[in-house]
Write a protein that binds this ligand. Structure first.
Ligand code: KG4
Ligand code: ZN
Length: 364
C-alpha cells in the first residue's frame, strides 16, 4: 500500500511516499531556515506563504521519483491513500498541507489519514529507508544525507518514548501502536526552544541546536557550572526556562564570555536532565524499549550519551533513535504513522479532515 504523506506544521515543507513495510520510497524536504534565520526564529505568516510556494513542486518530485511521471494525476492514481499532519503546529502552516491534501483527496477520491505531528515523530523510529535523502532550502540547494538503512523491524511494547523537539519535551509510555500515556512534560520551555533561545542570547544564528552543538565540540566543560534542571524533582516533568535565565545572568555579568565553553556546559546539563528523567521513568515503568524522537535527537552528543548510559545501566532494554534525516520535521514519519493507522482504519473522506493546532496524543 502506497501512502503519499505531507508535513507542513512549522517551517519545513515535506512530501514522502511510504509503503506498508515502513520503507520510504521517496522523501523531499524543503527547509525555510535560510528565510527565518534573519528574524531569529520562525515567522508564522512567512512560513505559511512559503509552504504555498513549494508544496506542489515538492509533491511532484516524490511522485516523479517513485512513479517516473511528471503527471500528478497519473501519480495520484497509483497512490492508495493520503496522509497529512493535522496538528499540533502553526495554524497557517498546517492549513496549507491539510487543504492541499483535501484537494488531492477530492480530486482522486482517495482516503486521508490525519496524523498527529508528535505521533509522526514517534513513528520515525519505525521508518525503514534506503533512499537518498535530500534537504533543500528555498534559497539554495544542499544535499545533506544519503543512503540510510534502519534495520528496525519489531519494537517491543511497552515502550518509553522521549520526544524532544522545538515545541515539546515529553516522556510517554507507549502501550501499543496508537496507545499513549503521558508520564511527564516540560512545565515551560521545550528543550529545542531552550537551545534556540540560548543561541539568541549568545548572538548565534537560528536554529540554535546545530549551532550550539558545533560550538560545544570546541568548548571546555569546566569553565562554567550551570545547574542541572530539575535535578532534585521527584516527578517526570522537565523545565528549561530556569537554565535559560541562568545563561542570561551569566552572560550579563561576565565581561569576556567564552561562548564555546558556555555552549558545552549548557548542552551537557540539558542532556543530563533528559537522561536523569528518562532513567527515572525507565526504573519506574520498566519498558521493553526506549524510543527517542524529535529534532533535538539530531544532537550527536545527546545520542552518544544515551547510548553509553543505557548500554551501561539498562543492558536488556533496546534503545532506538531515528536516522538523522528523520529526526527533524519530515513527511516520511507522517507516512510511517499513517501506515500503522491503516491497519485499523481505512482513513477519512476529504470533508472529514480538519486542522487541530492544539492536537494532543490520544491517551489510553
Ligand atoms: O522536531 P523539530 O524539527 O520541530 C518541532 O517539531 O519543533 O525540532 C526543531 C528543534 C529546534 O529547536 C532545533 O534547534 C532543534 O530541534 N535541533 C537541535 C539540533 N538540531 C535541531 N537541537 C540540538 N542539537 C541539534 N543538533
Ligand atoms: Zn516536529
Amino acid at each position: 500500500m502506497y501512502i503519499l504523506a505531507i508535513e507542513t506544521s512549522c517551517d519545513e515543507t515535506s512530501a514522502a511516499i511510504v509503503d506498508q513495510t515502513g520503507s520510504v520510497l521517496a522523501v523531499e524536504t524543503i527547509s525555510q531556515i535560510p528565510i527565518h534565520k534573519k528574524y531569529g526564529g520562525v515567522v508564522p505568516e512567512v512560513a505559511s506563504r512559503n509552504h504555498t510556494l513549494v508544496i506542489l513542486p515538492t509533491i511532484q518530485k516524490v511522485i516523479k521519483k517513485v512513479f517516473k511521471t511528471d503527471d500528478l494525476k497519473i501519480g495520484l492514481h497509483k497512490i492508495d491513500a493520503l496522509a497529512v499532519t493535522v496538528g499540533p503546529g502553526l495554524i497557517g502552516s498546517l492549513l496549507v498541507g491539510v487543504n492541499t491534501v483535501k484537494t488531492l483527496g477530492y480530486l482522486s477520491g482517495k482516503k486521508i489519514f490525519g496524523v498527529n505531528h508528535l505521533e509522526g515523530h514517534i513513528y520515525a523510529n519505525w521508518i525503514k529507508s534506503s533512499v537518498t535523502g535530500y534537504q533543500l532550502s528555498v534559497t539554495g540547494k544542499q544535499k545533506l544525507i544519503t543512503n540510510h538503512q534502519s534495520p528496525i523491524t519489531n519494537i517491543e511494547f511497552p515502550a518509553l518514548v522521549l520526544i524532544v523537539s522545538g515545541g515539546h519535551t515529553s516522556l510517554i509510555k507507549m502501550l501499543d501502536h496508537g496507545r499513549y500515556q503521558t508520564l511527564g512534560q516540560t512545565l515551560d520551555d521545550a528543550a529545542g526552544e531552550a537551545f534556540d533561545k540560548v543561541a539568541k542570547l549568545l548572538d548565534l544564528p537560528y536554529p540554535g541546536g546545530p549551532e550550539i552543538e558545533k560550538r560545544a565540540k570546541l568548548g571546555n566543560p569546566e569553565t562554567y557550572n550551570l545547574p542541572i534542571p530539575m535535578e532534585k524533582s521527584q516527578d517526570l516533568n522537565f523545565s528549561f526556562s530556569g537554565l535559560k535565565t541562568a545563561v542570561l545572568y551569566l552572560v550579563k555579568k561576565t565581561k569576556d564570555i567564552q561562548k564555546d565553553d558556555l555552549c558545552k556546559n549548557f548542552q551537557d546539563v540539558l542532556i543530563k536532565s533528559l537522561l536523569q528523567k528518562t532513567s527515572k521513568a525507565t526504573r519506574i515503568h520498566k519498558p521493553k524499549s526506549i524510543l527517542l524522537s524529535g529534532g533535538v535527537i539530531n544532537n550527536k552528543a545527546l545520542r552518544q550519551s544515551f547510548k553509553s548510559y543505557f548500554q551501561k545501566h539498562f543492558k536488556d532494554i533496546n534503545l532506538y533513535m531515528p536516522d538523522l534525516l528523520f529526526c527533524t520535521d519530515n513527511a516520511a514519519m507522517i507516512g510511517a504513522a499513517a501506515q500503522y493507522q491503516s491497519l485499523k482504519s481505512s482513513g477519512k473522506n476529504w470533508y472529514d479532515i480538519d486542522v487541530d493546532p492544539n492536537a494532543k496524543l490520544a491517551n489510553g
